[in-house]
Write a protein that binds this ligand. Structure first.
Ligand code: PRX
Length: 666
């Protein structure tokens, strides 16, 4: 079930961390959040959420707040009706905010585009009419595989507008991963682009869609559900064309009417599916509702980022292909009428100061990024951000993995000029919105701690028996009461939903994370305690990568672990046993590593490529045949190997270590 989180490098750091930064008085005087939020939520949690939900625009108001009678499936505000796109776009135009900029788009090659809320309304209406013309309707699933360009946001909102369910697949995933997700959701339409700009080159996307939906050697039948592929022209690169199936976005969308009446849906109508890695080889299609999800997204965005929509310029550097992009680029900020920056490319193209240049140019005030990015910038040196005027910034956020105190302090000093509060926000694809975070203007922040459950959220750290641990102790992070933006299930697999999240501790949602309460009761995250890795804030499953490795003809057996890495948080380290009867038997360690990296990229995507591949003679297993990942992690991190008494053959570890030391690895 769960492994222990001890030995985590984060643990030693938090033993010694005592710094604390009280809120700035001037910031606090104007902050959206006050202590009153906690008091209101404590007095009446459900009423607190009802009040937050009422800030949305409802077609039919709800009368019931929560139905938990079918726990662990919750229904929130279920007799109300609304539309997500109406809330994110139409409402602002209706209420006189149409001229406000929704997006300052910056393409990697330097092209820019400004879209106001009125522009967005025209674009999403045309796209909605375009989708309808292709026969897409309420409840149909649409896969979106696009670069970080305005059409990605428009496509998501157009789906929401007509009641279709979007399933965004991050552009870094392979054709095989895309196919798996299309098949699982039975998507009717795929929206993609010819390609995207990445590190100065054109990254192809359409050819991967072709591979994903067509008959191939691997898959003799085409993806049966897909009727059309809608293609945005982004890079202008040549692409194969399947007449009758493929259509250009501009041919379908541009001629449409820019008037469209949103489809009013019940609050529990599925808004989207987003696939994420679990502890098995098969990604889970987590699905979220409309009313509850949007309530969580908008409410947390307003409080945690202290958004002042008239004056702030907000930038979340995540990709829309991840949950952070869904909640804190598309739905939360747009419902709050925020002006945002949307950037297509990487931080080092064409130079390592690109992000700071964008902040300077657009006067970004609130910036939300990941610890991996911060650690990378630290490595590049502070002389780079020092060349830019970053004084417009007033609040900084972090998400995706534990942030080490050194990176937190660097972020505060070098990027925030020692004056910006930092919100370290803990949440998951499953939780839909931020559940743990300091509230700016209220909480005295501590470098490296996500600190406090949001108002209205009931969380705890518990021991093996599910008992709350005392301050100063560690255990498992759990959520004890339902919350509006919680996942509603795993698409098509209710049983897996219950067994994954609700079977560990009675009546509690188990998040998969280890955590510790400090002496003040503040929460410090210690990383995953299950077989899920977190590489550069991307969630990867050890089992999924092992499956990919053993599908290569050279590999007899594989074991994958997430070893700690200074920049990426964790890194994928694979131990492989090569078949002695195959064509790879004589390959050198380097050749094996090279072939397997390419193979993993093809099977899952480049984000899953192992950093290190070690060719070993055997993989350590318990007597019951379970891979001993903790031992392998110790080897990969060059730590003293822990207890091996449960190992079937303890000499295996010596052999692995010898292999490592003699440089047979990579
Ligand atoms: O381990 C936690 C880590 O990321 C996991 C969730 O991954 P995903 O669903 O991809 O969502 C990432 C963006 C919300 C969590 O189980 N995690 C996320 N934020 C933090 C974090 N770990 C520590 N501190 C955080 N602030």
């Amino acid at each position: 079930m769960v492994n222990d989180a001890h030995g985590s490098p984060a643990l030693s750091a938090i033993h010694t961390e005592t710094r604390s930064f009280p809120p700035n008085v001037r910031f606090a005087a104007h902050a959206n959040a006050t202590n009153f939020e906690y008091k209101k939520a404590e007095a009446d949690r459900l009423e607190y959420w009802a009040e937050a939900a009422k800030r949305l625009s409802w077609r039919e108001p709800f009368t019931e707040i929560l139905d938990w009678s079918k726990a662990p499936v919750s229904r929130w505000f279920h007799d109300g009706t609304l539309n997500a796109c109406d809330n994110a776009v139409d409402r602002h135009v209706r209420e006189g905010r149409g001229d406000r900029v929704a997006f300052h788009f910056v393409g990697e090659p330097g092209d820019t585009q400004t879209l106001t809320y009125a522009d967005m309304l025209r674009e999403v209406s045309k796209a909605a009419n375009g989708l309808i013309s292709l026969g897409v309707g309420k409840g149909d699933r649409v896969a979106i595989y696009l670069p970080q360009i305005p059409e990605a946001v428009i496509a998501m909102l157009a789906c929401a507008r007509i009641g279709a369910v979007h399933s965004v697949v991050f552009g870094g995933f392979s054709a095989e991963s895309l196919r798996q997700r299309i098949d699982d959701a039975e998507a009717k339409l795929v929206i993609t682009a010819d390609g995207g700009n990445r590190r100065g080159t054109h990254l192809p996307l359409k050819p991967l869609v072709d591979e994903a939906v067509s008959a191939t050697e691997h898959h003799p039948t085409p993806a049966a559900s897909v009727e059309n592929v809608l293609v945005v022209r982004r890079t202008g690169q040549d692409t194969e064309w399947h007449e009758g199936r493929d259509l250009w976005w501009h041919d379908v969308v541009d001629p449409q009417s820019d008037v469209h009446e949103p489809e009013w849906v019940e609050a529990e109508h599925p808004l989207f599916i987003l696939y994420t890695s679990g502890t098995t080889g098969k990604p889970k299609g987590l699905w979220h509702s409309t009313g509850g999800y949007l309530t969580g997204a908008a409410h947390t965005h307003r409080l945690v980022f202290d958004i002042k929509p008239e004056t702030d310029v907000y930038w979340c550097s995540a990709d829309v292909g991840w949950i952070t992009g869904h909640t804190y680029i598309v739905y939360g900020p747009m419902i709050n009428g925020t002006t945002q920056v949307l950037y297509e490319g990487t931080p080092d193209t064409p130079h390592q100061g690109r992000w700071w240049e964008i902040i300077q140019e657009y006067g970004v005030t609130v910036f939300y990024t990941a610890p991996t990015a911060i650690r990378t910038f630290m490595k590049w040196g502070e002389s780079i951000p020092d060349q830019y005027d970053l004084t417009s910034l007033r609040l900084l956020g972090s998400v995706g993995e534990p942030i080490n105190p050194a990176a937190w302090m660097w972020y505060r000093r070098v990027i925030g000029g020692d004056k910006c509060p930092i919100v370290d926000t803990w949440w998951q694809t499953e939780t839909g919105s931020i559940l743990l975070s300091p509230l700016p203007g209220v909480t005295a922040t501590k470098p490296g701690s996500a600190q406090t459950p949001m108002p209205g959220i009931v969380m705890d750290v518990v021991d093996d028996a599910g008992r709350s641990v005392s301050n100063g102790e560690g255990g498992y992070l759990v959520i004890k009461e339902p919350w509006p933006s919680m996942l509603r299930g795993i698409w098509g697999d209710h049983h897996r939903y219950v067994s994954t999240y609700w079977n560990h501790f009675d009546g509690m949602y188990f998040a998969g994370d280890g955590a510790k309460k400090d002496i003040d009761g503040d929460i410090w995250l210690l990383g995953r305690v299950d077989d899920v890795m977190n590489v550069s804030g991307h969630r990867l499953s050890t089992a999924e990568i092992e499956h990919a490795l053993v599908s290569h003809e050279w590999v007899a057996e594989a074991a994958v672990v997430g070893a700690s890495d200074e920049t990426t948080g964790q890194a994928v380290v694979a131990f492989v046993v090569v078949r002695t009867d195959g064509s790879g038997a004589d390959a050198s360690g380097e050749e094996v590593a090279d072939a397997l990296r390419k193979h993993v990229r093809k099977e899952i995507g480049s984000i899953a490529k192992p950093r290190t591949i070690l060719v070993v003679n055997e993989v350590p297993k318990t007597r019951s045949g379970k891979i001993m990942r903790r031992l392998l992690r110790d080897v990969a991190e060059h730590r003293d190997v822990g207890d091996v008494t449960t190992l079937a053959d303890s000499s295996v570890m010596d052999a692995i270590r010898d292999g490592l030391e003699s440089g047979k690895g990579d």
